[in-house]
Write a protein that binds this ligand. Sequence first.
Ligand SMILES: [Zn+2]
Length: 421
Amino acid sequence: MKIDYNYITDRFIKYCEMDTRSYPDNDAVPTSPGQVELLMELKAELSRLGLKEVSYSAKDAYLVGKIPATTKKKVSAIGFVAHVDTADYNSKNIKVKVHPNYAGNDLVLDSNHILSPKEFPSLKEVIGHTIFTASGDTLLGADDKAGIAGLLAMAKYLLQHPEIEHGDLWLAFGPDEEIGKGAKRFDVSRFPVEFAYTLDNGNVGDIAYETFNAAEAKIEITGTVVHPGEAYGLMVNAGLIANEFVAALPHDFVPEKSKDYDGFYLLTSFKGNVDHAEVNLIIRSFDTPDFLARKQFIQDQVDKLNAKYGNQRLSLTMKDQYKSPGDLIKQHPYVVNLVHHAYAKLNIKPKHIPFRGGTDGDFISEKGIPTPNLFNGGANFHGPYEYASLENMAKLAEVLVEISYLHSELDDKRDNTPLRR
Ligand SMILES: [Zn+2]
């Protein structure tokens, strides 16, 4: 399979150098005009490549387009999703540096920033590759412009090779992933697929079909203020009740003691006086039953302290933030097994990643489209040491071609082997 490296290079650099940072406090859709510029650029590109039904909706700021089926068989449609925004790090005047035939040495980005394999050992896996970096105090934007470039390279390849059989393939490019807003708004009636993939992890071979389930809780506590000299039997100190609540949280269920498939409570703020106190925390757990139990525990503690101090002094507001797609995807193991088959054909070793955050796939899965997360060929996301490998972006394009073709072969004889971690 001959993926066009020059095409990936041109597209990737062009898109990285556009400022598409998203802003959590902006209510506009999308949250920055740079994202619209990139989406318009991509819209023109999809039409140039020959995709059909290319459309942008200002309501959700999603751009979609279709690579029409080449097979006569009845095959369900697959979707591929990449996001155009970048994380909350300087994104002004990004200048991409190209380091061809990387030899494993330190890469000087500017006088203050050196990307070294001593500090970032993953660089040893891309020796011999062409590496892209930023040039100092900006991020690169490989998250997720590497996914965009790989996806476009796949589209270009398939449209130039109509002899490769596949069903309908829908591409979607959306905004505001980094702030968890974009995919929530995505009107998937414009994305008629059975299942989809986001391209938003780093390493070749990554598959994430489970993420955290996430909720946030706020506990407000009302005290009774009395002159301390006359407080006997009367004063109720809200600050001390808050302290009692916090002390009852499990001491080993915290981020600093949590990895892989562990969850946590994170106390994000804790303030108060006699009159009023407020505790904020977030709850994270991979497994739905555990997640529900962890939320119930918070409710139980609040109830217990209310019973003890009376007058409903504690009030709890708990909100779900995002949901792991794991439960849904485990009911549709073919969606992940298909990737395993594609990886096997390309000699890629699959690695199931517990994704310790949320992805666009969480929200798209909640809308009924099982959506695991694959890789994009970048690394060190969200900061100045971000880099991407040209060869690994091309590898993504190959994987997507392979998934598309294999689905036309396997759709009527699906591998539904249950998923394991
Ligand atoms: Zn991303």
